[in-house]
Design a protein around this ligand. Structure first.
Ligand SMILES: [Zn+2]
Length: 266
């Protein structure tokens, strides 16, 4: 095997401690001898970036991932079951949105690779092949905080819905509240949601976050401005405020009582 770096990551982030969980805006600078390979890259909105993580430990086969509280044998996961950089061949893989391609440099929205990381390949993200919407993962680690969980929920909703809108923020606030108040930030094993039929953006965002689909009965619709989440034998009820929210940032900053009335159904 003979790998050659085809480019390098340019980022403001130079130490792993400073890397935000989902990465930071960055560029991939493709070396001049490989730039012909970028021809027609602009046909794609997203790319897979493959990087060589040369500082990773190549001798480990099991690690305790971030967010797993059990530091003993119970917390161990095989390196092929997690995305840790530690592995025999430390290849990093991240999908990113292409913002601009110019003079052999690709600007992307977010990349979790440090400045100077060698890039070994680029491939287009294919909607027709790469989206497996019915895929699932059992939870690996816990979010480090409620704020980190909110960021993750917003990001998942946005990746499905495609626009930052007030009802997307509202969906994230509801799921955040439910997970924080009832499950100690954990995810339920399965989602059972009833959503208001007239709120398309809210429905999209709930599906994007929970991957509950109507076909499998995970999400149902009702003609009322209420979100109901069934967990075991209990129904958690979120009655939405009478006036629809109009501002994404305001929904994120609002106190709970301004955006929904929460109750546990008797
Ligand atoms: Zn929307």
């Amino acid at each position: 095997m003979n790998l050659r770096a085809i480019g390098v990551v340019r980022s403001q982030i130079r130490e792993s401690k400073a890397m935000p969980p989902f990465g930071a805006p960055a560029s991939v600078e493709v070396f001049p001898e490989f730039r012909d390979g970028l021809h027609r890259l602009e046909k794609h909105s997203h790319i897979w970036v493959f990087a060589w993580l040369d500082q990773a430990d190549r001798g480990l086969l099991q690690v305790t991932p971030r967010g797993v509280s059990d530091a003993g044998p119970q917390g161990l996961h095989g390196v092929f079951a997690v995305r840790s950089p530690a592995r025999p061949n430390p290849i990093g893989l991240t999908a990113a949105e292409i913002l601009r391609v110019r003079d052999g440099t690709i600007d992307v929205d977010l990349l979790d690779f440090l400045d100077g990381t060698e890039v070994i390949d680029l491939k287009p993200y294919f909607c027709s092949r790469d989206i497996i919407f019915s895929a699932s993962n059992a939870q690996i680690g816990q979010p480090s905080s409620r704020e980190a969980m909110r960021d993750s929920l917003l990001r998942q909703a946005l990746r499905f819905h495609g626009e930052r809108c007030p009802d997307l923020a509202l969906a994230a606030r509801i799921i955040e509240h439910f997970r924080a108040e009832t499950l100690g930030l954990n995810e339920p094993e399965e989602w059972r949601i009833t959503a208001p039929i007239s709120r398309g953006c809210l429905i999209d965002a709930l599906i994007g976050i929970t991957r509950a689909t109507p076909g499998r009965g995970g999400i149902q619709f009702a003609d009322e401005d209420t979100v109901r989440i069934r967990h075991q034998k209990t129904v958690f009820v979120y009655r939405l405020a009478a006036s629809r929210p109009t501002d994404y940032d305001r929904v994120l900053a609002a106190p709970d009582a301004d955006i929904f009335q929460f109750e546990i159904a008797p």
